[in-house]
Design a protein around this ligand. Structure first.
Ligand SMILES: O=C(O)CCC(=O)C(=O)O
Length: 313
């Protein structure tokens, strides 16, 4: 698979870089063209239909099933770049590379992608900090949240607490059983209220960049119909080790997750090689509830990895 190499005229300003560092997020409108958005939407449908190969949790669609019937079944697919040339290519979209090299540094690696479909009625994700799930050592984690539909308060856009990343504190986490959200654990006991948060409404084609310590969430899609599709890729400084998903007996101090894609600059740890660890899978939507019944929990957790509680691996 090959990364995008085109050179679109994307060039964020020093003021935008300063905004990102101050607030923990940055919106870049029109980063993806309407044609690129259409390509990603069509690819989303193909992945959900099972046309791009095995996705754990996806039942290959019958040719008679409509795209809508298929898309409505899934909240989110993790690691779509593992089986889709299109999703892989856009890990290094020029707008992504421009912003990330300015806010992170010249050497940038990607370790995760997530494709949210979030049809009308589907839940959001409760307050959290991405570094609770993907622990960089230098606090460089950044999400690049590519809107494939207009994202609005009604259909469940991202909400952020500006500046909440700044102290570099990871707040406590707990299970919840709130049907507004999927079953991913939530952060709590932080010194902010919902009133401190703002919705990040954007048009399709925008990228919302956000820091891995930023408190953020999304609410249920309350629209009558349609989707709030988003491709979110996670990136960090390639000069920093990534002690993520440790193998038994592995020392956190030297652990380094090597299922990565370099999207800019050099890989100083190239001598370690690349490992195939992650594979595409469905995130349970939690629509049956997140009760602590162990049977239910293990069923809900089957196949989960990246954005789930660390105790569940
Ligand atoms: O867009 C969403 O619904 C949640 C995305 C998110 O929280 C993340 O990418 O960390």
């Amino acid at each position: 698979m090959t990364l995008a190499t085109t050179t679109a005229p994307v060039n964020i300003t020093p003021e935008e870089v300063a905004f990102y560092h101050e607030n923990g997020y940055l919106v870049v409108e029109n980063a993806f063209s309407p044609e690129e958005v259409a390509e990603l939407r069509a690819e989303t449908t193909a992945i959900c239909r099972g046309d791009r190969g095995d996705v754990r949790g996806v039942v290959p669609a019958d040719p008679n099933e409509s795209d809508d019937d298929v898309l409505r079944q899934y909240l989110c697919i993790h690691f779509p770049h593992k089986l889709s040339d299109v999703m892989f290519k856009y890990l290094a979209h020029p707008a992504m590379v421009d912003v990330l090299t300015k806010v992170i540094g010249p050497n940038v690696k990607c370790m995760q992608s997530m494709l949210f479909i979030k049809a009308a009625g589907k839940p959001g994700q409760a307050w959290h900090q991405d570094e609770d799930f993907i622990p960089t050592r230098d606090r460089s984690l950044a999400g690049g949240w590519i809107a494939l539909d207009d994202a609005t308060v009604e259909n469940g856009c991202l909400w952020v607490i500006p500046g909440s990343h700044k102290r570099g504190i990871l707040w406590p986490q707990r299970d919840h059983d709130d049907r507004e959200f999927d079953c991913t654990i939530e952060s709590f006991n932080f010194p902010y209220t919902d009133e401190d948060s703002i919705p990040v409404e954007v048009k399709a084609g925008a990228i919302v960049f956000f820091n891995g310590y930023l408190l953020h969430r999304s609410l249920r899609n309350r629209a009558e119909s349609g989707y709030r599709r988003v491709l979110v890729n996670h990136y960090m400084n390639a000069d920093s080790l990534l002690p993520w998903r440790l193998k038994p007996g592995e020392r956190a101090a030297i652990a380094d997750f090597r299922d990565i894609v370099i999207i800019a600059g050099e890989d100083i740890y190239n001598y370690k090689g690349i490992e195939e660890i992650s594979s595409a899978h469905v995130r349970p939507s939690g629509e049956g509830g997140c009760a602590k019944d162990p049977a239910k929990t293990s069923e809900a957790m089957a196949g989960m990895s990246a954005m789930m509680p660390p105790k569940m691996g």
